[in-house]
Design a protein around this ligand. Structure first.
Ligand SMILES: Cc1cc2nc3c(=O)[nH]c(=O)nc-3n(C[C@H](O)[C@H](O)[C@H](O)COP(=O)(O)OP(=O)(O)OC[C@H]3O[C@@H](n4cnc5c(N)ncnc54)[C@H](O)[C@@H]3O)c2cc1C
Length: 475
């Protein structure tokens, strides 16, 4: 007899989604996490009328998994979209340029705004246009996103558009990142259209046809929750408890041992327990340690996944401190700067700050060197000075927060998909153990949610037809 049908290691959004999936199927679920609260990187602080996001501040709507889960939890009325009509900028050569309308992650989907943009000079635009006539470039093997984009579209577009847009998400240089894991669609685009620009323009036409008649602003794919994204893990925890699941915080899983078809779980500070299946959602390093004895090849592949660091500096000012309070949603840096980008949360989202307060958050990447690891006081002063220089706020901020995510930001380096495949192959002899989460199959929250749910079904041997959409339709 097992104490639980499923152990979920890690109560980040991946682990909680796995637990939700399993409990929806009637399984007895245990979630274990050494942290004091659920959510992992999804962490919201609510203070003085401010909603401060220490981790993610949005999820994309075009991957359904997050919105489906939000609906299942009864949170649909809390979904908020970005305020319409305001732009995101790229700061280049000391000036803020609006990101050209229709700019995709790395390739424009509209020609006019790209050609008219002051962000790239005529030489860089002409070099990007060379893509229209270049033959296909890609070998069968994975390559770096940076080298591929540079070959097709040139250095200028990569430095001033693709690097700020994509590199910011991973806190990494494009030359470190895998084409096939980070923007897999580009390989298919080159295959089908030969030219990335032609592929982008075709996508733009299709998007405009699909969006015809939609209200202004509806085209932004970003969504959040009225009280911050922390509402999602908080509600998951509450509803899991209502369903009889156990969420054990402040406890660490230190070993997993097979016991017939079941698994003995060993903890840092309590007696072992027997469980039926396991979802490993605590990141690649912890997963590697837990599976090393049974699946050494999987552990090796997991340990090869590199991780970086990123620091979020949140600042708030009275709006009166600014010459003119910012209306932009924020900017990404193409210039050398102590930050890779700034989100003006109070301009981007409704309800993030009381009227008259400007709330923003800046990302300090590892590559800024010593400053990234400087004391909070030094870091806040440097970021505030930079932001004030760009926006014109002579006074110091009235609130500051520093959140350091050290060594936990996965980097999908060239060959990432092969490492994921080796992890799966290495774990194949323990089919009730499944690894999931941001280190493997997508860093975005919808990807993590979908992966957690899939892992729970696979670990428990449930049919895929038990998926959320089917259950909702039959409910
Ligand atoms: C600053 C920042 C901004 C981001 N912005 C966005 C965004 O805007 N949109 C978006 O979609 N994504 C964003 N992301 C990415 C997204 O937040 C993460 O990829 C996602 O939350 C990861 O979820 P996870 O559950 O896989 O991992 P995690 O959240 O890292 O959770 C892992 C959990 O495992 C626990 N754990 C560790 N060791 C053990 C152990 N031995 N036993 C049990 N548990 C253990 C940890 O305490 C943690 O709770 C951002 C991330 C960061 C850091």
């Amino acid at each position: 007899m097992t104490a639980y049908d499923l152990l979920v290691v890690g109560a980040g959004i991946t682990g909680l989604a796995a637990a939700w999936e399993a409990s929806s199927a009637g399984a007895r679920v245990l979630v274990v996490d050494p942290a004091a609260a659920v959510g992992g990187k999804v962490r919201t602080e609510r203070t003085d009328g401010l909603v401060v996001e220490h981790g993610p501040d949005a999820f994309v709507a075009y991957r359904a998994a997050a919105l489906v889960l939000v609906e299942e939890l009864g949170l649909s009325t809390e979904v908020v979209g970005v305020r319409p009509g305001r732009t995101v900028h790229i700061r280049s050569a000391g000036r803020l340029h609006p990101i050209p309308e229709g700019m995709g992650l790395a390739v424009p989907t509209r020609l006019g705004p790209f050609v008219r943009s002051g962000l790239l000079g005529p030489g860089a635009k002409a070099r990007a246009a060379l893509d229209l006539v270049l033959p296909r470039q890609l070998p069968d093997a994975d390559v770096s996103l940076g080298s591929f984009l540079r070959t097709r579209l040139g250095d200028g577009l990569v430095a001033r558009l693709a690097q700020p847009l994509v590199g910011g998400i991973y806190g990494a240089q494009l030359d470190e990142l895998s084409l096939d894991a980070v923007v897999p669609g580009l390989r298919a685009d080159e295959q089908r259209h030969r030219s990335l620009l032609l592929a982008g323009l075709a996508q733009g036409r299709a998007q405009r046809r699909a969006a015809a008649g939609a209200p202004p602003g509806a085209s932004s794919p970003f969504r959040s929750l009225a009280r911050g994204l922390g509402s999602l893990p908080e509600t998951l925890q509450a509803q899991l408890l209502e369903r009889g699941a156990t969420v054990r915080l402040g406890e660490r899983v230190v070993a997993l041992e097979p016991d017939g078809a079941a698994t003995i779980v060993r903890y840092a500070a309590r007696s072992p327990e027997r469980v039926g299946a396991v979802v490993l959602a605590a990141g690649a390093t912890v997963t590697a340690d837990l599976v090393a004895a049974q699946a050494p090849d999987a552990a090796r592949a997991l340990r090869e996944i590199p991780h970086g660091s990123s620091t979020v500096v949140t600042l708030a000012w009275e709006a009166a401190a600014f010459d003119a309070p910012p209306t932009s949603h924020g900017w990404l840096e193409a210039d050398p700067a102590p930050v890779s980008g700034v989100t003006v949360s109070s301009a981007k989202w409704p309800g993030r700050a009381p009227d008259g307060v400007v709330l923003l958050r800046a990302f300090v990447p590892e590559r800024v060197g010593a400053l990234a690891s400087a004391a909070d006081r030094v870091l806040v002063a440097a970021v505030a000075e930079h932001v004030a220089g760009v926006l014109g706020a002579p006074r110091p901020p009235s609130l500051s927060r520093v959140t350091r995510w050290e060594g936990v930001m996965p980097r999908y380096a060239v060959g990432h998909l092969a490492r994921v495949a080796r992890t799966e192959a290495g774990l194949a002899r323990r089919p009730t153990w499944r690894a999931a989460g941001a280190d493997l199959r997508g860093v975005g929250m919808p990807d993590c949610i979908a992966d957690g749910r899939r892992a729970a079904r696979d670990a428990l041997g449930l049919e895929a037809s038990e998926d959320a959409a089917t259950r909702r339709e039959s409910a």
